[in-house]
Design a protein around this ligand. Structure first.
Ligand code: IVH
Length: 670
């Protein structure tokens, strides 16, 4: 394409996206796509310098300030940062710095790059008097009233900072992930439009003409620069000085003596990223020494002494090519989007769950839509929202199928469940769950393998996997000798999983890992569990009538009982579980105990497990058959009843002494 035309097109697009991002707080492309547009423009302008203009978006960061706010001019200007998307680009940055300075190695400060809104705040004689947004870098909006609502920003400074005639600081205002979720949940309840991400929520909240709205939003700020008022020999000293004056500085900063240490910190932070309470889109790498920094100076809108070393994007846009449904192990149909493959959060994503019909309707995602897709940490990819401004009118809304896509049986229109009695997709999902890591842990039994075993006819019931042999597996497509052997040994090994895992693996509705453990500890074998009565089940702590009903219903089906018998006959045998009662002398052994009120030093669940480990039984209700009642704080009716019945009462301390007098590990080793 003709470079003049392409440059004009890029400028127009970038201006448009700047407006959506900075003014409307409603971007319609991901940060990554925006950065790529900007990069292409920078590249072309470098190649064809005569096409460079002063009003190009490469010359001015951000967007012109909004008319409704007063204006504040920034001196020095609020700069933007160049990006490095990978190790090579970081290396190039370091190389440029070293070459310009004539040094072989440089020390850097690394700071998390928070995803929020850049602000400048001014203190006069220690008094916070002004706050402004970045705007176009030279001129921003006067958002003083909103800045004054920031909880973690001191309104008055003491010491040396308080003595400064004018102290101007720069930083980033942001919203914590949890607060963002809460904010969106309440907006959803009120029928208000949702914020696409924490950055938009922070920006949208801070740039409110009515400062009362900002005040209601839980915003915070981290400062990272002293623009006026005091100079420092190094960036680290500056951060420490600010910190010592009670200013909010991100404690996650790192002094890297050379480039390799930057990489180490980057990898560390990337690991921590999902667990941190706020969004981070990378690191900012800054030359530490002020003299060197000054020697490097600035190039147009970016300093030469710093770079944003970006993390893999967690949010990108892509096309919904189709919407289909998957069939779960209970027959529930779950819609999912087939996406144009895209890199997000460091992985290539081509499908994402749409959860259920309500969620799909709420988000109004259609086939042919451009959408934002997000994948943070190990969290499964999620379609956040359609980009409605990119709709052409050819998008097609999704309607639920009336027939199961796998077995063609009718789909119940209210529960959206497949009604087929022998649906291959349901069986495949059951088998996958059975072999999953927290159930029978059969390595190599992935989703595709399950589908293959079922479609080939080798597995018609779960138990069939225990009858598979080498030649049968070898006959399957894409199956090598080694994976065959591995799968067979993994299946064999699974025969020795503990009872609790087996119960969980059966996939009884509402029986999760914890309930399965409780059931295993109480019943100790499958026969007893299958014969349990409703009364027996509901007296168990933590098993409510709903769960009890599901368990009874499951085992009332002949097929389900037969399956358990067949699995046991196939050789599944449970080792003694670590928490099964032992032949010990614990004073708790055989005791029927009721826990009531709240315990201070342990949760009720923990107390219950500890008691059961020692052979005691915890019961839900107080009766004359109870041996002990452990009364925690604010014990109510049960305690009264126990007193009325004259039962023996224990407090938390006494229970702890009893538990300590018979430590379980010791008993096990005897
Ligand atoms: S330094 C001249 N440090 O990133 C250097 N920026 O793309 C200017 N940001 O506008 C910025 N955390 O909104 C710096 N620790 C940090 C930062 C940070 C977030 C934002 C800031 C800035 C943008 C630059």
């Amino acid at each position: 394409m003709n470079p003049t035309l392409r440059i004009a097109e890029l400028r127009e697009r970038i201006h448009y996206h700047n407006h959506r991002y900075y003014i409307l707080d409603s971007p319609e492309i991901s940060d990554l796509s925006y950065d790529l547009l900007l990069r292409e423009l920078e590249f072309l302008e470098k190649q064809y310098p005569h096409l460079q203009t002063a009003d190009s978006p490469t010359a001015r960061p951000g967007s012109a300030p909004q008319e409704n706010f007063g204006k504040v001019s920034h001196s020095p200007p609020m700069l933007s940062l160049a990006n490095a998307f990978n190790t090579e680009e970081l290396g190039e940055f370091n190389q440029r710095v070293c070459t310009l300075l004539g040094e072989s190695s440089i020390a850097y400060i690394c700071e998390p790059k928070l995803d929020g809104l850049a602000v400048s705040v001014s203190y006069v004689h220690g008094q916070l008097i002004r706050g402004s947004s970045r705007g176009n870098g030279e001129m921003g909006e006067d958002i003083t009233r909103n800045i004054l609502t920031l909880q973690n920003l001191p309104k008055k400074l003491g010491g040396e900072a308080g003595a400064c005639e004018l102290l101007e600081l720069r930083g980033e205002v942001f919203i914590q992930k949890a607060d963002f979720q809460k904010l969106n949940a309440s907006r959803s309840q009120l029928g208000e439009p949702l914020f696409a991400n924490p950055r938009n929520a922070a920006a949208g909240s801070l740039r409110q003409l009515d400062a009362r709205i900002s005040a209601e939003r839980p915003l915070s700020v981290f400062l990272y620069e002293v623009a006026k008022g005091k100079t420092f020999a190094s960036h680290l000293q500056k951060l420490e000085w600010m910190e010592n004056h009670g200013l909010p500085i991100n404690p996650l900063r790192f002094y890297a003596r050379r480039l390799e240490e930057v990489e180490t910190f980057y990898n560390q932070l990337l690991q921590q990223r999902a667990t941190l309470p706020y969004e981070m889109d990378g690191l900012v790498i800054k030359v530490d020494c002020t003299t060197l920094r000054e020697r490097l100076g600035e190039a147009s809108k970016n300093p030469r002494w710093a770079v944003a070393y970006k993390f893999p994007a967690e949010e990108v846009e892509t096309l919904v090519e189709d919407i289909q449904v998957s069939v779960g192990r209970t027959g529930v149909l779950t819609p999912f989007a087939l996406l144009r493959p895209v890199m997000v959060g460091g992985a290539c994503i081509s499908r994402a769950t749409l959860h259920n019909e309500e969620e799909l309707a709420r988000k109004d995602i259609r086939m042919g839509d451009w959408v934002f897709v997000r994948r943070a940490g190990d969290v499964i990819p999620e379609v956040i929202a359609p980009i409605s401004s990119r709709r052409t009118g050819n998008e097609r809304p999704f309607s639920f199928p009336k027939q199961c896509p796998s077995c063609q049986a009718a789909v119940n229109p209210t529960t959206r469940r497949c009604t087929g009695p022998s649906c291959p997709a349901q069986l495949s999902a059951k088998l996958f769950h059975f072999g999953s890591k927290t159930a029978m842990d059969i390595e190599g039994l992935g989703e595709q393998r399950c589908e293959q075993l079922i479609s080939s006819g080798l597995v018609k019931r779960l138990v069939d996997i225990y009858g598979l042999n080498f030649s049968q597996l070898m006959a399957l497509p894409r199956m090598g000798k080694k994976s065959c052997q591995n799968l067979l040994s993994a299946i064999e090994l699974s025969k020795t999983r503990p009872l609790a895992r087996f119960i969980f693996a059966l996939g009884i509705h509402q029986v999760g890992e914890i309930t399965a453990k409780t059931l295993a500890a109480v019943f100790q074998n499958m026969e007893a569990l299958m014969q349990a009565t409703s009364e027996q089940l509901t007296t168990i702590h933590d098993i409510g009538p709903e769960v009890a009903r599901e368990i009874l219903e499951h085992f009332s089906a002949v097929d389900n009982r037969q399956l358990v018998d067949d699995l046991l006959a196939a050789g599944i045998a449970f080792p003694t579980e670590s928490f099964q009662p032992t032949e010990s002398f614990s004073p708790l052994r055989g005791k029927r105990i009721v826990l009531t009120g709240s315990l201070r030093t342990m949760s009720r669940e923990q107390a219950k497990m500890e008691i059961e480990k020692r052979g005691g039984k915890t019961m839900a209700s107080v009766s004359a058959k109870i041996d002990w009642v452990v009364a925690g704080e604010e014990a109510g009716l049960k305690l009264q009843k126990a007193k009325a019945l004259g039962l023996q009462l224990l407090d938390e301390q006494q229970l702890k002494r009893l538990l300590e007098s018979s430590p379980y590990e010791e008993l096990m080793s005897k």
